[in-house]
Design a protein around this ligand. Structure first.
Ligand code: ATP
Length: 457
């Protein structure tokens, strides 16, 4: 595979990379992610999200939606269904071409996607893990089949969507007619996609059921390059704005052997994990391929008439396609740190330095002591007030240091401690996660102070 780096690629730094096992273990222990159907032995490449995981995913989705749909006048959103007419997948080329080629090592039995094999191993037909001989490649279609209807013989075979973006092409004409959008404009969607991945793994990185987000931006052909460059830059800035280690982010330009026949160029935004550089989002030049194919297969004319010039044409498309799951995984990998004991924290701690926007719990309210009723009642009252505005946790189990560490490990940006001084002057201690600095605030000032810190608007 040709790997041409774009000139804008920032250099990589020396910050330590987090082993995947740490994140897998934290995720299960603290309720971010669980293996699906674990009591039955699990299913490879399928996961469930626990109480903290679901909060974090909602925050990720909401921020993407806010920044892609809500604040852009020329972008609207839809929510299409997982199941569509089967012809959609013939038109899209998935039935015929959505395949992976797989080889197996005759010695260690490990399976490899041919397009992921290092060139040297491909040429010498050698397993990258043990050097054993590889089998001939076999081809597998990744689409998951399902059936609509109950009566045998009348049931229609279709597919769980292999990518979410097809709904956007299907609804494009309805959006045009029902909203007042004119080209250039975009349609966004977040939704589940399903693939029979032949090598699922690396935790959430390659799953069989996952959630994608897409922007399809419709333009006049003469403006394709301008909008491609615009969205490419905006999406890179978006990712840069949500991580701490910006040296782990880069563009990778697709080489000529990877480009679709209609694509002039394509880029992946990649993040560097301990497993090397990995795709986070793709920026694709889709030209008029999708709408032309659906026009052809459905018999419906999907061309656009410019209201001023009356020019008629099939719009060209810039696609930005990423996902909730890889964002979730890369944010955890980016945020996780283990700190040695220091003057500020004698025992050392694990901390998730998540941006407060994404943290599953925004604030923890802690009475200094559990056995003092007035402290407990005041802390519970504050928690109840804050809970209406953001995810707040009340915790009175264990000493205050342990409670801080429990919150640090799940990324809670603020802890509010109710102590004896609170009972005298209604002030509380607000402890911030990263620097462990503390300030005192009047409890009436607390809601506005925290809302400003934990929301992006
Ligand atoms: P790959 O080459 O890694 O299989 P792809 O190029 O087929 O990926 P796309 O079809 O472009 O991926 O999907 C767009 C985005 O959807 C990816 O950038 C990624 O964020 C997400 N995605 C794709 N496949 C998976 C998967 N199996 N599990 C989790 N997320 C995925």
């Amino acid at each position: 595979m040709t790997q041409t780096e774009d000139k804008t690629t920032p250099s990589t730094g020396d910050t330590p990379l987090v082993p995947m096992e740490k994140i897998v273990s934290l995720s299960k222990r603290r309720g971010f992610v669980y293996p699906n159907s674990e009591i039955y032995g699990g299913v490879s490449g399928i996961y469930d999200f626990g109480p903290l995981g679901v909060e974090m995913r909602n925050n990720i989705r909401r921020y993407w939606w806010w920044s892609m749909v809500q604040i852009n006048d020329n972008v609207v959103g839809i929510e299409g269904n997982i199941i569509t007419h089967p012809r959609v997948w013939e038109a899209s080329g998935h039935v015929e071409n959505f395949v992976d080629r797989l080889v197996e090592c005759k010695n260690c039995k490990r399976r490899w996607r041919v397009d992921h094999l290092p060139e040297e191993n491909l040429e010498q037909n050698k397993c990258p893990a043990c050097g054993g001989e590889l089998t001939e490649p076999r081809t597998f279609n990744l689409m998951m089949e399902t059936y609509i209807g109950v009566v045998e013989g009348e049931r229609m075979k279709t597919y769980l969507r292999g990518e979410a973006s097809q709904n956007i092409y299907l609804d494009y004409d309805n959006v045009l007619k029902s909203s007042r959008m004119q080209i250039p404009f975009g349609i966004c969607q977040i939704g589940k996609a399903f693939r029979n991945e032949v090598t699922p793994g690396n935790f959430l990185f390659r799953q069989r059921e996952f959630e994608q987000w897409d922007l399809q931006f419709f333009v006049h052909p003469s403006e394709m390059q301008k909008w491609f460059d615009y969205w490419k830059a905006r999406r890179f800035e978006w990712y840069k704005g949500i991580i701490n280690h910006t040296d782990r982010l880069r563009f990778r330009a697709h080489g000529p052997d990877e480009l679709a026949h209609y694509a002039k160029q394509a880029f992946d935004i990649e993040y560097r994990t301990i497993l090397d550089w990995q795709e986070w989002e793709g920026i694709h030049w889709r030209q008029d391929w999708d709408l032309s194919r659906h026009s052809q297969f459905s018999g419906q004319d999907l061309s656009y008439t410019d209201p001023e010039t009356k020019e008629r044409y099939i719009p060209w498309i810039v696609e930005t396609s990423g996902g909730v799951d890889r964002t979730f995984l890369f944010l955890l990998l980016d945020a996780y740190e283990e700190e040695s004991p220091s003057d500020k924290d004698k025992e050392g701690r694990s901390v998730l330095r998540l941006h407060p926007w994404f943290a599953p719990v925004k604030v923890a309210v802690l009475p200094l002591q559990k056995n003092k009723e007035e402290l407990v009642t005041t802390a519970r009252d504050i928690h109840k007030r804050l809970q209406r505005l953001m995810v707040s946790q009340y915790d009175d189990v264990a000493n205050i240091g342990r409670r801080y560490r429990r919150q640090d490990e799940i990324g809670t940006p603020f802890c509010v401690t109710v102590d004896f001084q609170t009972l005298e002057d209604q002030t509380v201690t607000v402890r911030e996660r990263d620097g462990m600095t503390q300030i005192r605030l009047h409890m009436n000032e607390l809601p506005a102070y925290l809302v400003e810190k934990v929301t992006w608007m």
